[in-house]
Structure formats: C-alpha cells, structure tokens
Ligand binder design. Structure first.
Ligand SMILES: [Zn+2]
Length: 101
C-alpha cells in the first residue's frame, strides 16, 4: 500500500503511515471523508472544495459529483440572497424617508 500523503510504501494493513503518521483507510482525517466534507460545506461554503479535491478518501467520480452539487447549492444560495436583497431594496425605497429628515 502507498501512503496517500508522503507516497511511501507501507504495510497493507497499516492504519497509520510509519513515515509521516498520516491515517490510512478509515483513519483518514474526517475533513477528507464524506461526512466531514458535507459538514464543511455548512461552515466554509464552496471553499470545502479544497478538501474535496485533496481528499485521498474520495474517488474521482465522487469528487466531480460533489463539485457539481456544492457549486449548484452555492449558486442557488446566491440567487436566493439576491432576491432577498432586491426585496430589501424595494422596502427601503417605499419607506417614507421624507418624514425622517
Ligand atoms: Zn506517509
């Protein structure tokens, strides 16, 4: 088995690399695994794609699917925020400002 981090040759059943200490298989850090990547999206937004693409635990197809899903969610969120902004602007302009000053 090859360590995903330092590319050293390690034992087939090693849980941690004996050269760099990186966890292997199910011992890969949580932020590189499915659950961590999904949780990170709620914290970092589309910046979680950094972890998606550097993850040694995800297959290439999973990375592509995650990228599409997270970008679509980001786009949807931006669109919703934009609508909210328009709504707020409309409310602001219908506000009787001449009574305030
Ligand atoms: Zn290593």
């Amino acid at each position: 088995m090859i360590c995903w981090k330092c590319k050293s040759d390690i034992g087939e059943f090693d849980n941690y690399c004996k050269y760099c200490g990186a966890g292997q298989g199910k011992y890969i850090p949580i932020y590189y695994r499915h659950i961590g990547i999904i949780l990170l999206f709620f914290i970092l937004g589309p910046f979680n794609l950094y972890f998606v693409w550097f993850s040694p635990a995800l297959k290439r197809t999973a990375k592509i699917i995650y990228t599409i899903i997270f970008l679509a969610l980001t786009g949807w969120f931006c669109y919703k925020s934009y609508l909210l902004f328009l709504q707020a602007q409309e409310m602001w302009h219908s506000f009787p400002t001449n009574l305030m000053f």
